[in-house]
Design a protein around this ligand. Structure first.
Ligand code: NI
Length: 143
């Protein structure tokens, strides 16, 4: 498993009191599924990321998670009650957002590249609860 050991320190201003160009930040990120923090509000973080392909199914037991799509079309499959019977897919296009409730298993995927903003509390592991996997990345990496 690859996990960067030197997260980029938060700037003193925590990204506040300034205009932030989200897409320009995303264009500086190397690779897909590599979220980077751009600002904090209280104990919440705003993270930008570009994604392509399927992310692993995962769940966050203790927090809701917000997806705001800036470019492209994101699909979020969810399993509300556990098991494949309760599976449904949320489709988000540029300018649309969705909140996945805590405890709901979900799988983001993108046929073509998607640029988006994530809003979630500090410390949330991108691959959810349980053992880290190949897609797990270190938290608190700023851009
Ligand atoms: Ni998630």
């Amino acid at each position: 498993m690859f996990m960067p050991l030197n997260p980029t320190a938060a700037p003193a201003g925590r990204g506040q009191s300034q205009a932030i160009d989200l897409v320009r930040k995303i264009d500086r990120i190397d690779g897909h599924w590599q979220p980077r923090v751009v600002a904090e509000m209280n104990d919440y973080q705003f993270k930008v990321v570009k994604v392509k392909g399927d992310f692993p199914w995962h769940v966050h037991a203790d927090t809701d998670e917000t997806f705001v799509v800036l470019e492209g079309e994101l699909k979020i499959a969810t399993r509300a009650g556990g098991g494949e019977g309760g599976e449904r897919v949320i489709v988000l296009r540029a300018g649309q957002m969705a909140v996945v409730p805590r405890g709901v298993e979900h799988q983001p995927s993108a046929d073509a590249e998607v640029k988006m903003l994530l809003i979630e509390p500090q410390g949330v592991v991108n691959t959810g609860d349980g053992a880290p996997g190949a897609r797990t990345v270190a938290n608190d990496q700023w851009i």
